[in-house]
Design a protein around this ligand. Structure first.
Ligand SMILES: Cc1cc2nc3c(=O)[nH]c(=O)nc-3n(C[C@H](O)[C@H](O)[C@H](O)COP(=O)(O)O)c2cc1C
Length: 213
């Protein structure tokens, strides 16, 4: 543990470089015409994902947003629909497009995917092959040898330090997911500890690195 508020657990890139990873003009070189799937699970940090979706869309990416039912309690899907300019997927059973099965076509078309924030529960689902919501269902159909899938865990420090979470983090890394963060610092529960979601610019930089662009 460290007291450095910007210190990350995982592979979060160092955003101290001169590049502004929120500048849509700069981001164009990395993201123009790329299809990015953003899976959102139900943590307090969902509001930070608005910035990620907005900047990727401004940079010319095709951003598809999928949300777990819990995620929709934090920010209404209409916000992400407006920011991405595309329908938001909140249920496995509502087929927005005529092409079936929807989760397969969504998985097939993405160049990279990130679950952000990734809750303790969604992390557990992913490493156990559970597909009970539209986020984990789409990801179950992503061929991860070809398409990078990044996870940005975010949770209270006690949740992060649970043996089950730490086991699941290890499993996720062994399974080829790329962990981004979490960071250490102030948390919404008014604790200071490890479990903060990586900042939007770090998440965007990590996706760019994963794309190799
Ligand atoms: C106000 C509030 C904030 C929460 N924040 C988090 C969080 O930051 N991280 C987390 O792992 N769970 C958090 N939870 C718990 C999750 O919402 C809960 O485990 C939920 O079942 C997660 O579902 P999902 O993984 O399908 O989105 C929070 C719950 C509430 C009520």
């Amino acid at each position: 543990m460290t007291n450095n508020p910007t210190k990350d657990h995982g592979n979060t890139p160092d955003c101290t470089s001169d590049q502004d990873w929120l500048d849509p003009v700069f981001l164009r070189t990395h993201f123009e015409n790329k299809s990015i799937l953003i899976g959102i699970s139900g943590g307090i940090a969902v509001y930070k994902v608005c910035t990620i979706v907005s900047r990727l869309a401004q940079a010319g990416a095709q951003v598809t947003v999928a949300m777990t039912p819990a995620a929709t309690k934090f920010v209404n899907p209409i916000t992400f629909q407006a920011l991405s300019g595309k329908p938001v997927y909140t249920s496995s059973w509502e087929h927005v497009e005529s092409k079936d099965p929807q989760h397969i076509s969504l998985a097939d078309r993405c160049d990279a995917a990130m679950v952000v924030p990734c809750t303790m529960n969604t992390l557990a689902n992913l490493v156990n092959g559970q597909t009970n919501d539209v986020v984990t269902l789409i990801l179950s159909a992503v061929v991860r040898e070809k398409v990078p899938v990044l996870l940005a865990p975010a949770m209270n420090d006690a949740m992060w330090n649970q043996p089950s979470t730490q086991r699941n983090v290890k499993l996720a890394e062994e399974d080829g997911f790329t962990l981004v963060g979490p960071g250490h610092g102030w948390q919404a529960c008014r604790h200071t500890g490890t479990g903060r979601m990586s900042e939007p610019e770090s998440c965007i930089q990590a996706i760019a690195q994963a794309l190799g662009s």
